[in-house]
Design a protein around this ligand. Structure first.
Ligand code: ADP
Ligand code: MG
Length: 370
């Protein structure tokens, strides 16, 4: 795999505010890489420094190994798609898409005939051929975003940058545009660098996800890695429905590690347990969809005792909020089939396969064990 973009120790300071704090990462040629983080985590600032729309306070941006940190945006081999579309309101769909190419006629790099072919073909790619003569205000939000996409793609940049491009679309339109982006990425084989605060969108679209918090890069990995092997409690909490609990490690003679919490709550841990010492303070992650609930009355089975505090029917699944007996701790459980049929107030036993009880670092992102 070849690297197309590399950022090295990038910093951006606004007055007292360190918006981007020492971010380094490499983007592979043809990759779909997403910067994921809460609002204010530094996603847009990082993207704008890659685009050349913002100058770093420190650090470098490389394109195919060449330092472009101070190269003007217009000279970079990149185009950006914004959340608010940024279309020319007084130009038709066709003219919006053709705009960037027409500038090239004067430089003798393209003919009017070639432009016609290119614009037509990209309007087809984004399925807008039938709307070519319309004005932006005559289009739906999703259609406008597809014009913006065609306009970014038509000059054939190797890298396309997206800043929350689906942010102002309703849920249904967002889902369909996600599929559209995935298809475009597969067909065009360009490098996409994408920004979103929506973890589901990031996981579903990307080859790799970079999780940002407070301007810092917490983890850069495949969606699968991020989901099942978060590098810290902060990442675990941000991705999906994870239960993150603090406890003390207990070691059996045969080496089995359990994590104990007040109220005699105990989960056997099966992941990332090597080197854990008895008595160490540890943080564990239990994925909500891996918890199994049984009515406490129905069985003399084993498990951690809890009470159903809240039940939310979500259609494809039911979410339970559980109060662990004898502690302040709460667990979230997701039941995809609504098989349990539990109600608020029911006493339950919670069990989880030790393979889904993973020891992760402390909240500072490091293993809190020696
Ligand atoms: P995100 O896109 O993840 O929401 P941003 O990159 O926009 O985050 O912002 C990161 C931090 O930098 C925020 O605290 C924001 O208020 C601050 N910030 C961004 N742009 C500016 C600016 N032009 N001037 C001052 N502060 C800014
Ligand atoms: Mg932003």
């Amino acid at each position: 795999m070849t690297t197309i973009i590399e950022i090295q120790s990038l910093h951006k300071q606004y007055g007292q505010q360190l918006a981007v704090n020492d971010v380094s990462l490499s983007v592979n040629d043809g990759e779909f890489l997403t910067l994921l983080g809460a609002s204010g985590s530094g996603k847009t600032t990082t993207l704008r420094m890659i685009a050349g729309l913002e100058t770093p306070s420190k650090g470098r941006v490389l394109f195919r190994g060449e330092d472009i940190t101070y190269q003007p945006a217009a000279q970079r081999n990149m185009r950006m798609v914004f959340q608010d579309y940024a279309l020319f309101p007084n130009l038709s769909v066709w003219d919006n898409v053709a705009f960037g190419l027409r500038l090239r006629i004067y430089r003798g790099r393209i003919t009017a005939e070639q432009i016609k072919g290119r614009v037509g073909s990209y309007l087809e790619t984004v399925r807008l051929s039938a709307h070519a003569q319309k004005m932006p205000h005559q289009l739906s939000g999703g259609q406008r975003q597809r014009v913006a996409l065609a306009r970014a793609l038509v000059t054939d940049p190797p890298v396309v940058l997206f800043d929350e491009p689906l942010g102002s679309l309703d849920a249904a339109m967002r889902k369909s545009m996600q599929l559209e982006l995935k298809r475009l990425h597969r067909e065009l084989k360009k490098t996409f660098i994408y920004v979103t605060h929506d973890q589901e969108e990031a996981m579903g679209l990307s080859d790799r996800v970079a999780v940002l918090q407070d301007g810092q890069l917490l983890q850069l990995a495949t969606p699968d890695e991020i989901y099942f092997r978060p590098s810290s409690a902060a990442v675990a909490r941000f991705i999906g429905a994870a239960n993150v609990l603090d406890g003390t490690a207990e070691l059996r003679a045969d080496g089995v590690v359990s994590v104990c919490m007040p109220g005699d709550v105990r989960f056997e841990a099966g992941e990332n347990v090597a080197g854990i010492e008895a008595g160490a303070a540890v943080t564990v992650m239990l994925r909500a969809e891996q918890l199994h609930l049984m009515p406490a009355s129905s069985t003399a089975g084993r498990g951690v005792r809890a009470r159903v505090a809240e039940r939310l029917f979500l259609g494809d699944k039911v979410r339970y909020e559980l109060d662990l007996a004898g502690t302040d701790a709460r667990l979230t459980a997701l039941d995809a089939g609504n098989r349990d049929g539990l109600q608020v107030g029911d006493e339950v036993l919670v069990t989880v396969d030790p393979r889904h009880v993973r020891i992760i670092g402390g909240s500072d992102g490091h293993r809190s064990v020696a």
